[in-house]
Design a protein around this ligand. Sequence first.
Ligand code: PEP
Length: 245
Amino acid sequence: MLMRKYIVGNWKMNGTSRDLPEIAAIADMAAHYPTVDSALCLPASLISRVTAQILDYPIGGQDCHGHVSGAHTGCISGEMLVDAGAKLTLVGHSERRSAQHESDADIRAKAIAAHKAGLKVIVCVGETLDERDAGRALDIVLGQLAQSLPDDMSGDWLSIAYEPVWAIGTGRIPDETDVSEMHGAIRSQLMARFGPTGAAIHILYGGSMNGENAAMLLAIPNVDGGLIGGASLGASKFEPIIAAA
Ligand code: PEP
């Protein structure tokens, strides 16, 4: 299925009010590429500042709690993200799976809660280098996918980001054939579980995507977009990726 490419920036724990002009520059730049969907996932502290000023560009969170409210110090709920003006959120980024010990069940609960709150959701999956070297990459990723996804879902609100952990922030990317094999396997699992709905779900690639490798990565079958960390931190770095899409 031919889909519009979806290019999402993840600013991680970067950005303060000093960066508001750069975020506005990214939204302006993206408006020059009307055939590409893009968005920025910002630190929670910036979301309401940005959405108060930039009305027509989707801003997202980077995580959301699996509960609506309660005694969860330091966490943010889907409703709070929506209240701040967010339209989407990441869940299950590998930095949270490892540093915050989030399980597939946690991530599934977060995806359900975010969707209930009215957000689009990007569920992240990916193998470590040890797992790839041991020949277990497909098993690990397909296992994460099976356990992290809610049962009722559609391409209208859910996307998957395949992010090999060893490619994030390292400048290394997998071979074209490995990306193709993984994205094909993810698509097959989505279709086996959800039927034709599975064909309409964006599968993003993430991990050291930049202006130099984006065209190659985005041309691989079943690579429907990208999740971009470092290269989304400024309009001049982000633009070549959106242009390549
Ligand atoms: C990410 O954090 O999701 C990511 C893909 O980072 P980078 O592009 O910097 O590798």
